[in-house]
Ligand binder design. Structure first.
Ligand code: F6R
Length: 607
C-alpha cells in the first residue's frame, strides 16, 4: 500500500524512478510523484491518478537530477488530489511515505503552535515540516531525521531527500517494508524487491526500527538503538525482472491462466517428482503434539484459511479456529500451549496479519506461515514459512495466489493426517495421487472461460448477485462473491446454502442471479434442495458442478458451468477457477479497471 522508491546514481533519476514506480503501481494508484535534487536544488512533479499522468507531465516539464525519490499513492489521509500527492516538500526536505503517522494531529498542533502552516490534509506533511523545522534549527539532515523518527507513532517506511545534498538519501522503517538495492557507484531504495529487480539483484532488507544513510558509494544502517547494524545482503532471484502480461489483456487474465502451472510447481515442491510423501522445509512440524491450530489472515487469504479448517479438522482431526487478522489482533485471545498459529498472506506484509503473528509470538508453540513473497516480514518472523510458489502476482484481485495457498494448505493437512495417523494410509496415498493429477484437471477447467464470458454479459446487468455453497464450497462462495464485487463493483454476497432460509432468502427475486457451487460430494443432495428453495421463489440459478451434477439438478436451473469431476477434497482448488473467470469477464463487461480496481491496492501495509 503506497510504493516508494529512491535512486542515487550517475544517470538522470526521473526515468529510473518512473520505471520503478510502474512496478510498484499495484500498491496504489491514486496519485504519483517524484522529487529530485539538481545542482543542489530540490524540485518535484506530482499528478493525480495513474502513473501515466505523471509520465506525461514529465515529458512536458522534465525534472533533472541524478538523485531522487518517488511515490505511488493509496490515499489514507486526504483525498487523491495533487496537493495531497507525495513527495511532500517543506523547504529543504522532500519526503515519501508508506504507512500512517498515527499521532499526526498532535504533531500538527505542535507545528502550528510554532507558527508553521500546512498545505495538505496528509499525515506525511507533518514529517516533512518537522524535519525542516529541525534543519532550520541547525541540525544536519541526518540529525534532523534522527530527531524526527522517535516522535512518529504508527507504521512507516520513509525516504528523505534534501536540498543541497546531491549524494544523500535517508531511509527509515517501522512497520512497513523497505529494501535497499546495491549497485556499482549507485544505490537504490524501494518498498520491495520487485521495484528493484531490474536495477540490481543484491538486496538488503531493513529490519524494524532501522535507519539507513545512503550515498552512491556507501550504505550505513543503524538499528533502533542507533547502533551500527550489519544486515545481510542477499542475492535475490526473483522472477520479477519480467513483469508483463504475457500477451494477455490483463495481469489478472494471465494469472488465472497460469494456475495449472503454478499449482503444479507447488505440488512438486512439496511432493517431489514422484511418490506420496510430503516434505516440509527445515524441521517441519511435529503434528503429533499439536492440540489446536489458529489460522489468521485477511480477505482472500482468510477464505483460504476457512477452507483449510475443513481439511485440517476432517483429515487430521485437529481443532481449528479461523479469524480475520484485524479482529484477532485486538481481542487478546488466549493462545494456550499446544497451539500452532498459522498465518496466510500472499504479500507477507499485510499489517493486520503481521500484528496478529507478533501477538502469537512467545504464546503459540510454533508460528507457521504460508506466503508467496519469501523475503517478506511474515515469512521472516515465522518459525517456519511455507512458500506457495505462485510467482509474482500483480493483479490486485488475488487469483493464482489463492489456488496455491489452497494447495499448500491441503498438503499441510495431508501431512498432519499422516503424522497423526488419522487417515488410512491407502486413502492418504489416493488423495495425494489425485492432487498430483490436479494441474491437468485445472487446465480443463480453464475451458469454462468461454461460457463464463458469455454468462458475464447477463451478470453484468445485475445489481446484486448471491453465491451459495455448503461445506468446502462455502468459503469458495465467499471468495467468489469477493472477487466479483472487488473488480466489477456489483454487490455480491455469499451464504452457506443451509443458512439461506434463516433470513437471506428474502432477497431472492428474478433479478438476483444466484451462483451455486455444488460438486457431487456428500452434501450435493442438500445443496440441490437449497437450490430448489431458491428456484421455487423465482430465483435464477447459475449452477457450477460436474456433468452428472448438472444433469441431476434438472432443467429448472437458469445456466450451468460444467467442470471435470474430481475427488471432493480437491474441489475448492478447481472451483476457484470459474469463480475467478466469472468475476473477470463481468468486470470486462462492466468496463471497470480489472487490474487496478477503484479504492483498492495490493499489499495492505496499513491498518
Ligand atoms: C482480494 C485480495 C485481498 C487479499 C488481502 C490479504 O482479491 O487480494 O483480499 O487477499 O488483502 O492480502 P495478503 O494475502 O497479501 O495478506
Amino acid at each position: 500500500m503506497c510504493g516508494i522508491i529512491g535512486y542515487l546514481g550517475s544517470h538522470e533519476a526521473s526515468p529510473f524512478l518512473v520505471e520503478a514506480l510502474k512496478r510498484l503501481e499495484y500498491r496504489g494508484y491514486d496519485s504519483a510523484g517524484i522529487a529530485t535534487v539538481n545542482d543542489g536544488a530540490l524540485d518535484r512533479r506530482r499528478a493525480v491518478g495513474k502513473l501515466v499522468n505523471l509520465a506525461d507531465l514529465l515529458v512536458h516539464t522534465p525534472l533533472r537530477g541524478r538523485s531522487g525519490i518517488g511515490h505511488t499513492r493509496w490515499a489514507t489521509h486526504g483525498g487523491p488530489t495533487e496537493t495531497n500527492a507525495h513527495p511532500h516538500q517543506a523547504s529543504r526536505v522532500a519526503v515519501v511515505h508508506n504507512g500512517i503517522v498515527e499521532n499526526f494531529r498532535e504533531l500538527r498542533a505542535e507545528l502550528a503552535a510554532a507558527g508553521i502552516g500546512f498545505e495538505t490534509e496528509t499525515d506525511t506533511e507533518t514529517v516533512a515540516l518537522l524535519t525542516n523545522h529541525y534543519l532550520a534549527q541547525g541540525d544536519s539532515p541526518r540529525a534532523a531525521v534522527e530527531r524526527v523518527l522517535p516522535r512518529l507513532e504508527g507504521a512507516f517506511a520513509l525516504l528523505f531527500l534534501f536540498a543541497g545534498e546531491d549524494d544523500l538519501l535517508i531511509a527509515a522503517r517501522k512497520g512497513s517494508p523497505l529494501a535497499i538495492g546495491h549497485g556499482d557507484g549507485e544505490n537504490f531504495v524501494g518498498s520491495d524487491a520487485i521495484a528493484l529487480a531490474p536495477l540490481t539483484d543484491r538486496i538488503t532488507y531493513l529490519e524494524e526500527g532501522d535507519m539507513a544513510v545512503v550515498t552512491r558509494q556507501s550504505i550505513e544502517i543503524r538499528d533502533r538503538e542507533g547502533q551500527l547494524a550489519n544486515r545481510e545482503m542477499k542475492q535475490v532471484t526473483l522472477d520479477t525482472a519480467r513483469v508483463d502480461k504475457g500477451g494477455h489483456k490483463h495481469f489478472m487474465a494471465k494469472e488465472i491462466m497460469e494456475q495449472p502451472q503454478v499449482v503444479g510447481n507447488a505440488i512438486k515442491h512439496y511432493l517431489g517428482e514422484a511418490g506420496t510423501n510430503i516434505s516440509l522445509p527445515g524441521e517441519g512440524v511435529d503434528f503429533t503434539r499439536v492440540e489446536r491450530m489458529i489460522l489468521v489472515a485477511c480477505g482472500t487469504a482468510y477464505y483460504a484459511c476457512l477452507t483449510a479448517k475443513y481439511w485440517l479438522e476432517t483429515l487430521a482431526r485437529i481443532p481449528v479456529e479461523v479469524d480475520i487478522a484485524s479482529e484477532f489482533r485486538y481481542r487478546e485471545p488466549p493462545v494456550t500451549p499446544g497451539t500452532v498459529a498459522l498465518f496466510v498472506s500472499q504479500s507477507g506484509e499485510t499489517a493486520d496479519t503481521l500484528a496478529a503473528l507478533r501477538y502469537c509470538q512467545g504464546k503459540a508453540d510454533m508460528i507457521l506461515s504460508v506466503v508467496n513473497v519469501a523475503e517478506s516480514s511474515i515469512a521472516r518472523e515465522s518459525d517456519l514459512a511455507l512458500p506457495i510458489l505462485a510467482g509474482t502476482e500483480i493483479g490486485v484481485a488475488s487469483t493464482k495466489a489463492f489456488s496455491c495457498q489452497l494447495t499448500v494448505l491441503l498438503l499441510l493437512a495431508l501431512k498432519a493426517a499422516q503424522d497423526r495417523a488419522t487417515l488410512a494410509e491407502p486413502e492418504r496415498e489416493r488423495l495425494t495421487a489425485a492432487l498430483r493429477g490436479l494441474p491437468a484437471v485445472l487446465n480443463r477447467a480453464l475451458d469454462s472461460d468461454g461460457i463464463a464470458a458469455t454468462l458475464s454479459q447477463q451478470l453484468a446487468e445485475a445489481r446484486d448477485i448471491l453465491f451459495l455453497g455448503r461445506g468446502l464450497m462455502y468459503p469458495l462462495a465467499l471468495e467468489g462473491a469477493l472477487k466479483l464485487k472487488e473488480i466489477s463493483y456489483i454487490h455480491a454476497e455469499a451464504y452457506a446454502s443451509g443458512e439461506l432460509k434463516h433470513g437471506p432468502i428474502a432477497l431472492i427475486d428474478k433479478r438476483v442471479p444466484v451462483v451455486v457451487m455444488a460438486p457431487r460430494d456428500a452434501l450435493f443432495d442438500k445443496s440441490i434442495s437449497n437450490m430448489e428453495e431458491v428456484m421455487a421463489r423465482g430465483g435464477k440459478i447459475l449452477l457450477i458442478s460436474d456433468r452428472e451434477g448438472l444433469h441431476a439438478a434438472g432443467d429448472g436451473v437458469w445456466k450451468g458451468i460444467e467442470l471435470p469431476y474430481v475427488d471432493p477434497v480437491l474441489t475448492p482448488i478447481l472451483y476457484a477457477l470459474p469463480a475467478q473467470l466469472l468475476a473477470y469477464h463481468t468486470a470486462i463487461a462492466k468496463g471497470t479497471d480489472v487490474d487496478q480496481p477503484r479504492n483498492l491496492a495490493k499489499s495492505v501495509t496499513v491498518e
